[in-house]
Design a protein around this ligand. Sequence first.
Ligand code: NIG
Ligand code: FE
Length: 414
Amino acid sequence: MKESADLLIYNIKEIVTPFDSKLKRSRDLKELKIIETGGIAIKDGRVICVSSTDEVLDRFESQNKLDLKNENILLPGFIDPHTHILFGGSREDEFLLKIKGESYLSIQKKGGGIYKTQKDTTSLSEGELIRITKNKILTANSYGILSLEIKSGYGLYIEKEIELLKIIKKLKNEIKSNIVSTFLLHLVPKDIDKKIFLNEVKTVLPKLKNEYLIDFIDIFVEDGAFTKEDAIEILEETQKLGIFVSLHIDQFNNLGALSLALKYNIKSLSHLDLTTDSELEKLKEKDIIGIIFPLERFIFKREENRGRKLIDSGIPLSISTDFNPGTSPSLNFPLIISLSLIREGLTIEEAINCSTINSAYALNLQNEVGSIEVGKRGDFVIFSLKSFKEIPYYFGMNFVKYVIINGEVIKVDW
Ligand code: NIG
Ligand code: FE
């Protein structure tokens, strides 16, 4: 008697997955497990077998079968651990100014940048914001991103930020993708004293946690945003409440925020563009995930091979879109992978580990997603390609054919 499954996928030219569920650094990042002519059985949205086609067809039966005819490869869905996907409007005029040499922070000082997107976001109704964000998440899915973090951050005023966090909570219920919700302290609203603002944040944090409105908190530690001392005030509170923390640090200026990671319970540090070598040395043995943004780094013409340097420093690295209207306006994940090889010096094996299991750790989803193993969610991306090495090769092109979310097959139409 064969065991019953809800879905069988077989004749998979290559199943490509991180070797196991452990956090990857240094040499472990170079390893992948590849199963040729593989097969997968799924029940109740979970993987119940991952093996050869022969074994899966021998052991299981199902009404639902997907025969990939050895023409497609299959990977765990990509996990994007850092997005600002919840916003209105766009900033193409600033993009053109930046290309001509105007700096990000000078545009912000003139009332553009995040302030512009604040206006564009808060002028939309809740319904409209939900509609456009759902569409963006579907676009993310079509590039293979099946789990993502969503930051608030374009409301600025506490009441507006809470409205955005409530929208993220609704999206969590209405969208198939895994969503992790982050309260981002982006900038202090222009007409509020910073001390008062920080006190308001501290007061509201327990309520946000109790109402399941936040999984993480993030702070933009930067000139014109928050100082290291401001961050400490907030981190003392989050530490008491047991809220996960990720931080934006060392993007345009190094304010010494890396030292915070050694004291507080921080899951991930994003950007690390200007972190010094001696600071990186301190992260070596820590399980703090460093997240870099190959597209943002390309747009800002940063020096090459930073990703290589972070990996060689022993940091468990993750790569992400940082999708936002100001510094990184693309959800094309295969393109991010290409750039991570071309400009950041990663190998394709490293890029895949950095886009899956390490990103799962950054969001505390490592037991759910990030590798293809029995018990994990059936979240996969299937490419019309014959080898995983073709993902970075077809630069800017998208060969995603299906995504499977929680065991449900979704065809990607182009
Ligand atoms: O990660 N720098 C802070 N936050 C975003 C940019 C947000 C924006 O410019 O709208 C980032 O790059
Ligand atoms: Fe960001």
